[in-house]
Structure formats: C-alpha cells, structure tokens
Design a protein around this ligand. Structure first.
Ligand SMILES: [Zn+2]
Ligand SMILES: [Zn+2]
Length: 282
C-alpha cells in the first residue's frame, strides 16, 4: 500500500507570503482561508504506519512540517534518529531544496535522488552540507527502480524538471507526482493515461497571474509552470485517474478561494486541490 501525505501544498512563498497583500494572503491572515506551507510531499509504504518515508522536495517549511506530522518525528528508542529515508527532487528551485539544509544535523549523509542538471544547480548546497552530514547523490532513472518495500519509482523528464511516477508492485497501480511542469510531453501524457492518482502542478490559474500583483513579473510559462487555464485543465479533466489533485498552488491562485468561479470549475470537473495534512492511500 502506498501512502502519500501532503506536508505543504503551497508554491514558493506559502500562503500567506510574507510580503504579499493579494486577496488570498489577506484572507489567510484574517483566518478566512487556511494557511498552507510550501510544497513538499511524504511518500511511504504501509497501511496505518508509514515505513521509511521519502520526501518529494524539501521546502523551507520542512521543520514545521515535521513537528506537525508525528510519524516524521524521531523514535524514542535512540536519542538521535529519523524515520525519513531521504529526498527526491523535481528540480533545483529554492522552495524545493532549501529544506535539505535544515536537516544538516543528520548523522549519516542525506540520500538525495535528482537529475545531473539539478545536482549541478545545487552545487552551493552540496558545498555547504559537506561541512555537516553531506549528501549522497543518487541518479534518477526513466525506468522503475526500487524506492522502499514494494514501491518502485521512475523519473519522467520534463524541460528543467522531472515528474515522478510510483508503482505499487503488489497491485501494479501507479501514482503520478508532478508539482513542477513547464510543458505537457508525450511521456507525461502516457503517465496520465495509466496513473490511478495524479498530483499536478497547480501553481497558477492564468499565464499572467503574477503580473497583476507585481508589475513586470514573469508569466507562468516563463517560470516553467504550465497554468491551469488554457494549460493543464483539459488534460486533467480528461484523464481517467481516480483522483486528480492540484498541488504547489501559488498564493495568488483564485482556486484557493471557496466559491470562486475558478474553484467551481474544478469542482465540476471532479478535480481536487491539495491541503496541508491531506493523506492519500493507494
Ligand atoms: Zn516550487
Ligand atoms: Zn498573496
């Protein structure tokens, strides 16, 4: 059995973002919508207990996420320990990698799966952590390799990022985790067709969303995030997956506001949005 736990569902900055006064950030500060931490997912085997959970991306909110998630905390059988087996990185974005720096007190090297491109971009992190626990880099592969127990995983290469597909060997069922997608590729569409659960990049609703709060901001596509509208929505709507969930949602995205036309459009298409603490069992 594969268990997926959303540690953080927000894109870089979180909800609210410290310097943002957009409608959603104001609503979050007023307690009208729930705060969300930055994007990270834990995945592991087990029906009730998580066994050897892996992190998919490690956000700057990781310490807070560990303290609010009992099964990511150290066991009481030894003074220093962690159940966290390591991390898988989709790319080298700060909001996906900074959490690794916060794990520097780890006793053994941190095990991190990434592409060469990501590893090169994170040379600074590699150098900094070398003075602490260090990183044991492992290569991702387009073919399935064992992650833990009977869970296999593979990387689907995208422009400047990867998506991960997880296989539960006993049942043959597949889960797709794709929080950073700049372009819809042929490989990705194949994974859309055979995955039971899809967690997908929901950073922005529209391509020019950020320019409305910050003059001159890059477009969603320029930031390597396919927007939902005129982007990923139709792919998700038409996918046969049992559950389709947007995650890595930027604080400016109108889907965060219950009752908004954009949220209603997702509701009607049977597409969910991730929340911190959400758990999905395959
Ligand atoms: Zn991100
Ligand atoms: Zn905001």
């Amino acid at each position: 059995m594969i268990r997926i736990h959303i540690l953080g569902s927000a894109a870089g900055g979180g909800l609210p973002q410290w310097n943002c006064a957009c409608v959603n950030c104001v609503a979050a500060r007023a307690g009208k919508i729930d705060l969300q931490t930055q994007s990270s997912i834990a995945i592991g085997a087990g029906s009730k207990e998580f066994q050897n959970p892996w992190l998919i991306n490690a956000s700057p909110d990781l310490l807070r996420q560990i303290e609010s998630t009992t099964w990511l905390q150290p066991g009481r059988n030894a003074s220093r320990n962690t159940p966290i087996a390591g991390a898988l990185l989709t790319n080298a974005d700060i909001d996906h990698a900074l959490g690794l720096l916060l794990l520097r007190q780890q006793e053994k090297p941190l095990v991190v799966y990434a592409t060469d491109e990501t590893r090169t971009a994170l040379a600074w992190l590699d150098r900094t952590l070398a003075r602490f626990c260090g990183i044991e880099w492992r290569m991702v592969s387009p073919d399935f390799q064992q992650l833990t127990g009977d869970i296999g995983f593979r990387a689907i290469e995208l422009p400047h990022s990867v998506a991960f597909q997880f296989l539960e060997e006993a049942s043959g069922r597949l889960t797709l985790v794709a929080p950073a997608v700049g372009k819809f590729t042929h490989e990705l569409s194949k994974a859309f067709a055979d995955s039971d659960i899809i967690l997908f990049d929901g950073t922005f609703w529209s391509d020019h969303e950020l320019a409305a709060v910050r003059a001159g901001a890059r477009s969603s596509r320029e930031m390597n995030h396919l927007p939902i509208n005129d982007g990923s929505f139709d792919f998700l709507r038409q996918s046969p997956a049992r559950r389709k969930i947007y995650t890595h949602i930027n604080n400016t995205n109108p889907i965060l506001m219950p009752g908004s036309p954009e949220r209603t459009q997702l509701d009607q298409a049977g597409i969910e949005i991730a929340r911190d603490g959400m758990e999905i069992v395959l």
